[in-house]
Design a binder for this molecule. Structure first.
Ligand SMILES: NC(=O)c1ccc[n+]([C@@H]2O[C@H](COP(=O)([O-])OP(=O)(O)OC[C@H]3O[C@@H](n4cnc5c(N)ncnc54)[C@H](OP(=O)(O)O)[C@@H]3O)[C@@H](O)[C@H]2O)c1
Length: 299
Protein backbone atom coordinates (compact mmCIF):
# COMPACT_ATOMS: atom_id res chain seq x y z
CA UNK A 1 0.00 0.00 0.00
CA UNK A 2 1.25 3.48 -0.85
CA UNK A 3 -0.22 6.90 -0.16
CA UNK A 4 -0.90 8.81 -3.37
CA UNK A 5 -1.47 12.56 -3.48
CA UNK A 6 -3.50 13.78 -6.44
CA UNK A 7 -2.81 17.42 -7.23
CA UNK A 8 -5.84 19.20 -8.76
CA UNK A 9 -8.32 16.47 -7.74
CA UNK A 10 -11.25 17.93 -9.67
CA UNK A 11 -9.40 18.18 -12.98
CA UNK A 12 -10.64 15.94 -15.78
CA UNK A 13 -7.83 13.46 -15.14
CA UNK A 14 -7.51 13.99 -11.38
CA UNK A 15 -11.14 13.32 -10.53
CA UNK A 16 -11.38 9.74 -11.92
CA UNK A 17 -7.93 8.96 -10.49
CA UNK A 18 -9.10 9.90 -6.98
CA UNK A 19 -12.17 7.72 -7.41
CA UNK A 20 -10.22 4.76 -8.81
CA UNK A 21 -7.47 4.81 -6.17
CA UNK A 22 -10.13 4.86 -3.47
CA UNK A 23 -11.24 1.39 -4.44
CA UNK A 24 -7.72 -0.11 -4.23
CA UNK A 25 -5.50 -1.02 -1.30
CA UNK A 26 -3.74 2.31 -1.76
CA UNK A 27 -4.70 5.47 0.11
CA UNK A 28 -5.52 8.71 -1.71
CA UNK A 29 -5.09 12.27 -0.44
CA UNK A 30 -5.52 15.48 -2.43
CA UNK A 31 -4.07 18.96 -2.85
CA UNK A 32 -6.06 21.81 -4.38
CA UNK A 33 -6.18 25.60 -4.36
CA UNK A 34 -9.61 25.48 -2.77
CA UNK A 35 -11.35 23.40 -0.09
CA UNK A 36 -12.91 20.18 -1.40
CA UNK A 37 -15.85 19.50 0.96
CA UNK A 38 -17.16 16.61 -1.19
CA UNK A 39 -13.84 14.80 -0.96
CA UNK A 40 -13.45 15.60 2.74
CA UNK A 41 -16.94 14.21 3.33
CA UNK A 42 -15.76 10.92 1.81
CA UNK A 43 -12.92 10.83 4.34
CA UNK A 44 -10.24 11.84 1.82
CA UNK A 45 -7.64 14.10 3.46
CA UNK A 46 -7.41 17.35 1.47
CA UNK A 47 -4.92 20.18 1.67
CA UNK A 48 -5.52 23.71 0.41
CA UNK A 49 -2.33 24.96 -1.24
CA UNK A 50 -1.34 28.40 -2.51
CA UNK A 51 1.75 27.09 -4.36
CA UNK A 52 3.42 30.30 -3.18
CA UNK A 53 6.56 30.40 -0.98
CA UNK A 54 4.35 31.24 2.02
CA UNK A 55 2.51 27.92 1.60
CA UNK A 56 5.63 25.73 1.37
CA UNK A 57 5.87 24.73 5.03
CA UNK A 58 2.23 23.67 5.35
CA UNK A 59 2.41 21.67 2.11
CA UNK A 60 5.53 19.88 3.36
CA UNK A 61 3.84 19.24 6.69
CA UNK A 62 0.77 17.76 4.96
CA UNK A 63 2.81 15.46 2.71
CA UNK A 64 4.87 14.30 5.69
CA UNK A 65 1.90 13.81 8.01
CA UNK A 66 0.10 11.76 5.35
CA UNK A 67 3.30 9.80 4.54
CA UNK A 68 2.80 10.52 0.84
CA UNK A 69 4.84 8.17 -1.38
CA UNK A 70 3.62 9.17 -4.86
CA UNK A 71 2.39 12.45 -6.29
CA UNK A 72 0.38 12.64 -9.52
CA UNK A 73 -0.54 16.02 -10.96
CA UNK A 74 -3.56 17.08 -12.99
CA UNK A 75 -2.66 20.77 -13.04
CA UNK A 76 -3.39 22.74 -16.21
CA UNK A 77 -2.78 26.46 -16.17
CA UNK A 78 -1.53 28.81 -18.84
CA UNK A 79 -0.22 31.15 -16.15
CA UNK A 80 0.88 29.06 -13.17
CA UNK A 81 1.69 25.62 -14.61
CA UNK A 82 5.45 25.76 -14.05
CA UNK A 83 5.45 27.69 -10.76
CA UNK A 84 2.84 25.45 -9.14
CA UNK A 85 4.56 22.25 -10.25
CA UNK A 86 7.90 23.50 -8.96
CA UNK A 87 6.29 24.39 -5.62
CA UNK A 88 4.92 20.85 -5.33
CA UNK A 89 8.25 19.34 -6.40
CA UNK A 90 10.17 21.37 -3.79
CA UNK A 91 7.74 20.33 -1.07
CA UNK A 92 7.85 16.70 -2.26
CA UNK A 93 11.65 16.59 -2.00
CA UNK A 94 11.63 18.03 1.50
CA UNK A 95 8.84 15.72 2.65
CA UNK A 96 10.63 12.60 1.41
CA UNK A 97 8.11 11.75 -1.34
CA UNK A 98 9.47 8.97 -3.58
CA UNK A 99 7.61 9.28 -6.90
CA UNK A 100 6.31 12.18 -8.96
CA UNK A 101 4.32 12.37 -12.19
CA UNK A 102 3.84 15.90 -13.54
CA UNK A 103 0.76 16.85 -15.54
CA UNK A 104 1.50 15.55 -19.05
CA UNK A 105 -1.42 13.32 -20.17
CA UNK A 106 -1.06 14.10 -23.85
CA UNK A 107 1.78 13.93 -26.39
CA UNK A 108 5.54 14.31 -25.90
CA UNK A 109 5.80 17.26 -28.30
CA UNK A 110 7.07 20.44 -26.69
CA UNK A 111 8.41 22.51 -29.56
CA UNK A 112 5.80 22.27 -32.30
CA UNK A 113 3.12 22.39 -29.60
CA UNK A 114 4.51 25.57 -28.09
CA UNK A 115 1.81 25.68 -25.41
CA UNK A 116 3.37 22.48 -24.01
CA UNK A 117 6.83 24.07 -23.62
CA UNK A 118 5.90 24.71 -19.99
CA UNK A 119 5.49 20.96 -19.51
CA UNK A 120 9.07 20.42 -20.70
CA UNK A 121 10.30 23.04 -18.26
CA UNK A 122 8.62 21.12 -15.44
CA UNK A 123 9.97 17.80 -16.72
CA UNK A 124 13.55 19.05 -16.76
CA UNK A 125 13.19 19.99 -13.09
CA UNK A 126 11.65 16.59 -12.38
CA UNK A 127 14.74 14.90 -13.84
CA UNK A 128 16.99 16.94 -11.55
CA UNK A 129 14.85 16.30 -8.47
CA UNK A 130 16.27 12.92 -7.47
CA UNK A 131 12.71 11.53 -7.26
CA UNK A 132 11.54 8.61 -9.39
CA UNK A 133 9.62 10.41 -12.12
CA UNK A 134 7.49 9.47 -15.10
CA UNK A 135 5.49 11.16 -17.83
CA UNK A 136 2.14 9.57 -18.60
CA UNK A 137 1.66 10.13 -22.34
CA UNK A 138 -1.63 8.88 -23.74
CA UNK A 139 -2.26 10.85 -26.95
CA UNK A 140 -5.51 12.67 -27.57
CA UNK A 141 -8.30 11.59 -25.21
CA UNK A 142 -10.92 9.74 -27.25
CA UNK A 143 -13.48 11.52 -25.05
CA UNK A 144 -12.68 14.77 -26.95
CA UNK A 145 -14.84 13.24 -29.69
CA UNK A 146 -17.75 12.85 -27.27
CA UNK A 147 -19.65 16.09 -27.88
CA UNK A 148 -23.09 15.39 -29.29
CA UNK A 149 -23.06 11.71 -28.25
CA UNK A 150 -26.51 10.20 -28.66
CA UNK A 151 -25.91 7.29 -26.27
CA UNK A 152 -24.51 7.59 -22.73
CA UNK A 153 -23.30 11.16 -23.34
CA UNK A 154 -21.88 11.56 -19.82
CA UNK A 155 -19.75 8.46 -20.21
CA UNK A 156 -18.64 9.68 -23.65
CA UNK A 157 -17.26 12.96 -22.34
CA UNK A 158 -16.24 11.64 -18.89
CA UNK A 159 -16.04 15.22 -17.61
CA UNK A 160 -14.07 16.50 -20.59
CA UNK A 161 -14.82 20.16 -21.23
CA UNK A 162 -12.07 21.29 -23.61
CA UNK A 163 -11.70 21.70 -27.35
CA UNK A 164 -11.88 19.10 -30.12
CA UNK A 165 -9.40 18.65 -32.94
CA UNK A 166 -9.96 16.99 -36.30
CA UNK A 167 -13.38 15.37 -36.07
CA UNK A 168 -16.36 17.32 -34.75
CA UNK A 169 -19.05 14.71 -34.19
CA UNK A 170 -21.61 17.23 -32.92
CA UNK A 171 -21.22 19.48 -35.96
CA UNK A 172 -20.85 16.74 -38.56
CA UNK A 173 -17.58 18.33 -39.64
CA UNK A 174 -13.96 17.32 -40.07
CA UNK A 175 -10.69 19.15 -40.47
CA UNK A 176 -8.07 17.05 -42.19
CA UNK A 177 -4.39 17.87 -42.35
CA UNK A 178 -3.24 17.31 -45.94
CA UNK A 179 -4.91 14.01 -46.97
CA UNK A 180 -5.77 13.03 -43.38
CA UNK A 181 -3.66 9.88 -43.52
CA UNK A 182 -1.04 10.64 -40.85
CA UNK A 183 -1.33 8.44 -37.77
CA UNK A 184 -1.86 9.65 -34.22
CA UNK A 185 -2.43 8.08 -30.82
CA UNK A 186 -5.73 8.18 -28.92
CA UNK A 187 -6.71 6.78 -25.50
CA UNK A 188 -9.94 6.95 -23.54
CA UNK A 189 -9.89 8.43 -20.01
CA UNK A 190 -11.70 5.37 -18.64
CA UNK A 191 -8.83 3.17 -19.94
CA UNK A 192 -5.98 5.50 -18.99
CA UNK A 193 -7.01 5.65 -15.33
CA UNK A 194 -6.78 1.90 -14.51
CA UNK A 195 -3.38 1.72 -16.20
CA UNK A 196 -2.09 4.59 -14.06
CA UNK A 197 -3.50 2.90 -10.96
CA UNK A 198 -1.77 -0.38 -11.94
CA UNK A 199 1.49 1.47 -12.44
CA UNK A 200 1.46 2.36 -8.73
CA UNK A 201 2.47 -1.28 -8.14
CA UNK A 202 5.36 -1.31 -10.62
CA UNK A 203 8.73 -1.81 -8.91
CA UNK A 204 10.22 0.98 -11.01
CA UNK A 205 8.79 3.88 -13.00
CA UNK A 206 10.37 4.44 -16.41
CA UNK A 207 10.75 8.05 -17.50
CA UNK A 208 8.14 7.56 -20.21
CA UNK A 209 4.88 5.76 -19.46
CA UNK A 210 3.21 5.50 -22.85
CA UNK A 211 -0.44 4.53 -23.19
CA UNK A 212 -1.67 3.72 -26.68
CA UNK A 213 -5.39 3.01 -26.77
CA UNK A 214 -5.54 3.28 -30.55
CA UNK A 215 -3.29 4.38 -33.38
CA UNK A 216 -5.36 5.64 -36.29
CA UNK A 217 -5.82 8.53 -38.73
CA UNK A 218 -8.40 11.29 -38.96
CA UNK A 219 -9.34 9.92 -42.39
CA UNK A 220 -10.20 6.54 -40.83
CA UNK A 221 -12.18 8.22 -38.06
CA UNK A 222 -14.06 10.33 -40.59
CA UNK A 223 -15.02 7.22 -42.55
CA UNK A 224 -16.24 5.47 -39.40
CA UNK A 225 -18.12 8.58 -38.21
CA UNK A 226 -19.97 8.92 -41.53
CA UNK A 227 -20.76 5.22 -41.68
CA UNK A 228 -22.00 5.00 -38.08
CA UNK A 229 -24.08 8.20 -38.07
CA UNK A 230 -25.24 7.98 -41.68
CA UNK A 231 -24.34 11.64 -41.96
CA UNK A 232 -22.21 13.21 -44.68
CA UNK A 233 -19.56 15.30 -42.92
CA UNK A 234 -18.43 18.68 -44.16
CA UNK A 235 -14.69 18.25 -44.71
CA UNK A 236 -12.12 20.99 -44.66
CA UNK A 237 -8.59 20.19 -45.88
CA UNK A 238 -5.84 22.20 -44.20
CA UNK A 239 -2.76 23.18 -46.19
CA UNK A 240 0.56 24.06 -44.52
CA UNK A 241 -0.33 27.71 -45.19
CA UNK A 242 -3.70 27.36 -43.39
CA UNK A 243 -1.96 25.77 -40.40
CA UNK A 244 0.69 28.50 -40.27
CA UNK A 245 -2.06 31.13 -40.26
CA UNK A 246 -3.80 29.38 -37.35
CA UNK A 247 -0.52 29.35 -35.42
CA UNK A 248 -0.57 33.16 -35.43
CA UNK A 249 -4.07 33.31 -33.93
CA UNK A 250 -4.61 35.19 -30.67
CA UNK A 251 -7.43 32.74 -29.87
CA UNK A 252 -5.87 30.17 -27.56
CA UNK A 253 -8.06 27.28 -28.79
CA UNK A 254 -7.30 27.99 -32.44
CA UNK A 255 -3.61 28.32 -31.63
CA UNK A 256 -3.47 25.03 -29.68
CA UNK A 257 -5.47 23.20 -32.38
CA UNK A 258 -3.13 24.55 -35.06
CA UNK A 259 -0.11 23.42 -33.05
CA UNK A 260 -1.62 19.92 -32.98
CA UNK A 261 -2.29 20.05 -36.76
CA UNK A 262 1.31 21.15 -37.32
CA UNK A 263 2.61 18.31 -35.13
CA UNK A 264 0.42 15.88 -37.08
CA UNK A 265 1.76 17.20 -40.39
CA UNK A 266 5.27 16.70 -38.95
CA UNK A 267 4.31 13.10 -37.99
CA UNK A 268 5.06 13.79 -34.32
CA UNK A 269 1.82 12.41 -32.85
CA UNK A 270 2.36 8.70 -33.45
CA UNK A 271 4.60 7.85 -30.51
CA UNK A 272 4.79 4.76 -28.26
CA UNK A 273 5.87 2.14 -30.79
CA UNK A 274 7.91 0.25 -28.16
CA UNK A 275 6.95 -0.60 -24.60
CA UNK A 276 3.62 0.79 -23.37
CA UNK A 277 1.67 0.47 -20.14
CA UNK A 278 -1.11 -1.29 -22.04
CA UNK A 279 1.39 -3.95 -23.15
CA UNK A 280 2.64 -4.25 -19.56
CA UNK A 281 -0.96 -4.70 -18.34
CA UNK A 282 -2.74 -6.49 -21.22
CA UNK A 283 -5.74 -7.33 -19.03
CA UNK A 284 -6.79 -3.67 -18.94
CA UNK A 285 -9.16 -3.39 -21.88
CA UNK A 286 -8.60 -0.46 -24.23
CA UNK A 287 -11.26 0.66 -26.66
CA UNK A 288 -10.53 2.01 -30.12
CA UNK A 289 -11.91 5.21 -31.61
CA UNK A 290 -14.12 3.10 -33.88
CA UNK A 291 -15.59 1.22 -30.91
CA UNK A 292 -16.15 4.53 -29.10
CA UNK A 293 -18.04 6.03 -32.04
CA UNK A 294 -20.17 2.90 -32.48
CA UNK A 295 -20.94 2.86 -28.75
CA UNK A 296 -21.90 6.52 -28.40
CA UNK A 297 -23.13 7.57 -31.85
CA UNK A 298 -24.62 4.37 -33.28
CA UNK A 299 -28.15 4.61 -34.67
N1 LIG B 1 -4.74 14.33 -24.17
C1 LIG B 1 -5.77 15.13 -24.21
O1 LIG B 1 -6.63 15.05 -25.12
C2 LIG B 1 -5.93 16.14 -23.14
C3 LIG B 1 -7.09 16.93 -23.09
C4 LIG B 1 -7.21 17.86 -22.06
C5 LIG B 1 -6.20 18.01 -21.13
N2 LIG B 1 -5.09 17.25 -21.21
C6 LIG B 1 -4.01 17.40 -20.23
O2 LIG B 1 -4.46 16.93 -18.97
C7 LIG B 1 -3.93 17.73 -17.95
C8 LIG B 1 -5.05 18.22 -17.07
O3 LIG B 1 -5.96 18.94 -17.88
P1 LIG B 1 -7.50 18.98 -17.51
O4 LIG B 1 -8.25 19.35 -18.74
O5 LIG B 1 -7.83 17.72 -16.77
O6 LIG B 1 -7.50 20.19 -16.52
P2 LIG B 1 -8.75 20.94 -15.92
O7 LIG B 1 -9.93 20.04 -15.84
O8 LIG B 1 -8.87 22.24 -16.63
O9 LIG B 1 -8.23 21.19 -14.45
C9 LIG B 1 -7.00 21.82 -14.22
C10 LIG B 1 -6.77 21.90 -12.73
O10 LIG B 1 -5.55 22.61 -12.54
C11 LIG B 1 -5.60 23.27 -11.31
N3 LIG B 1 -5.03 24.60 -11.53
C12 LIG B 1 -5.47 25.58 -12.37
N4 LIG B 1 -4.66 26.64 -12.31
C13 LIG B 1 -3.68 26.33 -11.41
C14 LIG B 1 -2.56 27.01 -10.91
N5 LIG B 1 -2.24 28.25 -11.31
N6 LIG B 1 -1.77 26.37 -10.03
C15 LIG B 1 -2.08 25.12 -9.60
N7 LIG B 1 -3.14 24.44 -10.02
C16 LIG B 1 -3.92 25.02 -10.92
C17 LIG B 1 -7.07 23.35 -10.86
O11 LIG B 1 -7.18 22.57 -9.68
P3 LIG B 1 -7.55 23.22 -8.27
O12 LIG B 1 -8.56 24.30 -8.56
O13 LIG B 1 -8.12 22.06 -7.52
O14 LIG B 1 -6.30 23.75 -7.68
C18 LIG B 1 -7.84 22.69 -12.00
O15 LIG B 1 -8.82 21.82 -11.53
C19 LIG B 1 -3.11 18.82 -18.61
O16 LIG B 1 -1.76 18.44 -18.58
C20 LIG B 1 -3.61 18.85 -20.03
O17 LIG B 1 -2.65 19.24 -20.97
C21 LIG B 1 -4.95 16.32 -22.17
Amino acid sequence: MVVVAIIAPTSTIGSPLVQAIQSTQHKVVTVSRSPQPELSAKGIPTHVATYLPGGHATLVAFLKAQKVHTIISGIWSLTGHVESHLAVLAAAKEAGVRRFAPSEWSVPVYQTIGLYAMKLEVWQECLKSGLEVTRFQCGIWINTLGYGATKEPEEALAGYHGPTVGIFMDKGAATLVKDGNDELVFSRLQDIVPLVVKSLDLPKWEHDSFIVGDRTTFKNILNVAQQVTGRSFEVKYLSEHDIDQGLQSSDIIEKLSSQFYKALANRELSFGQGQTLNKTFPNVGMITVEQFIKRHFGR
